[in-house]
Design a protein around this ligand. Structure first.
Ligand SMILES: Cc1ncc(COP(=O)(O)O)c(C=O)c1O
Length: 401
């Protein structure tokens, strides 16, 4: 027998739920879906995941794991060969020696961020982050009773925190800083030397540095350097979602100061038991030469898209004051067209079928004149999107004057 209830009669939810904002972009996505259902052609430049999927050797490895039934729980830290492969990747790609014993395999970077905040943030502790920034990062902090302290950043600091900002905003209740480089939504990175200066400020205050580097493999202009090269006391976060194109596999990792591994392991055991076993075992194939060649070619494809879309958006009248150097995002300053990016994104979607994400989801610093463009879609679609925008923006601009 089912018992019916009115929502008001249910017990109250925990207060922390109220600290988490919904994704505002979902309204736009719903509208885009409705237009698509009505037969309109929609180009999504709104999606935060690669349009590629796992390469063939990884898929074959997954099939073999399923066939062989090697799918029971693993140790909470992850399977040893994968921890070694991740450590090896830091050495080969970023020139950093990481002891595999410091690697904890998690359910995506999200699982890593959750563990990091569970382990490091006490109720009332403040954590510094950039605004704009990836919204979930501030929500992980609030979920543990911490105070996410978003710091407005702009073109002068490449839309990133720098050491001066960290120093200026470090008050007694600050426990640490959560960096994300390259950034979602701006696609810009913190220069390696600046990272070092930020680490020095945090160290001098006895604070932690968590470096969310899930887009590090997708860096286009210079050989990427990891924050981990600045010391074994930094917490590094990586993921199979972006460079490895395996968003739904839910696999990521933490690199921890060695002394913290037992504490994080204890939390991981209790909160997750382990990351997905089939995903862990199959992900080993990501590091083989065949899959790596595919990943490198796809990174070059992302670079080509960036090289097309950034000048094209500038030519249309959007400002992109800082060249994005990584991830697959462009933070568009749309102030030539609007100071209400929510309304503008809907208007643009209705008129052209092109979906961009309004700035509001990424923070409170000037969201009204910003939109995030994702180029995780093929070049032909990017070209078509630019053409459609070019056919609409000038007339709209004249009408608005
Ligand atoms: C900066 C940043 N950190 C973390 C995540 C979460 O990624 P994952 O799929 O590995 O949980 C995302 C996802 O978009 C992101 O952009």
């Amino acid at each position: 027998m089912t018992t019916s209830y009115t929502p008001e009669a249910l017990p109250a939810l925990a207060d922390r739920v109220g600290c988490i904002e919904p994704f505002h972009v979902m309204e736009l996505v719903k509208r885009a879906d409705a237009l698509a259902a009505a037969g309109r052609s929609i180009i999504h430049l709104s999606i935060g995941e690669p349009d590629f999927t796992a390469p063939a050797p990884v898929v074959q490895a997954l099939q073999a794991v399923a066939r062989d039934g090697a799918t029971g729980y693993t140790p909470a830290l992850g399977v040893a060969p994968l921890r070694e492969a991740i450590a090896g990747w830091y050495a080969s790609e970023f020139g950093v020696a990481v002891d595999p014993a410091r690697v904890l395999v998690t359910a995506g970077a999200s699982g890593a961020l959750l563990l990091a905040c569970a382990a490091l943030v006490n109720v009332g502790d403040a954590v510094l982050l950039s605004d704009p920034g990836y919204p979930c990062n501030r929500h992980f902090v609030s979920a543990f009773g911490g105070l996410a302290r978003p710091i407005p950043v702009g073109p002068a600091t490449r839309y990133q925190l720098d050491a001066a900002l960290v120093r200026e905003h470090w008050t007694p209740e600050v426990r640490g800083v959560l960096l994300a480089s390259p950034s979602n939504p701006t696609g810009t990175s913190i220069a390696f030397d600046e990272l070092g200066r930020i680490v020095e400020v945090a160290r001098s205050r006895g604070g932690f540095v968590v470096a969310d580097e899930i887009y590090l493999g997708l860096s286009y202009d210079r050989a990427p350097r990891s924050a981990l090269a600045h010391g074994d006391d930094i917490v590094g976060i990586g993921s199979f979602s972006k460079f490895f194109h395996m968003t739904g596999w839910r696999l990521g990792w933490l690199v921890l100061p060695a002394a913290w591994v037992p504490a994080f392991e204890k939390l991981a055991q209790n909160l997750f038991i382990c990351a997905s076993t089939p995903a862990q075992r199959a992900a080993l194939a990501c590091f083989g030469p065949e899959a790596m060649a595919v990943y490198r070619a796809r990174r070059d494809e992302f670079r080509a898209r960036r090289d097309f879309i950034v000048p094209a958006m500038r030519a249309l009248g959007f400002r992109v004051p800082v060249e994005p150097d990584g991830a697959f995002y462009v933070w568009l300053d749309a102030s030539a067209f609007t100071d209400d990016s929510d309304a503008f994104a809907i208007e643009l979607l209705e008129a052209t079928g092109v979906a961009l994400v309004p700035g509001k989801d990424f923070g409170a610093h000037d969201p009204g004149r910003h939109l995030r463009l994702s180029y995780a879609t093929d070049l032909a679609s990017l070209r078509e999107a630019v053409q459609r925008l070019g056919g609409w923006l000038p007339a709209r601009h004249r009408a608005a004057r």
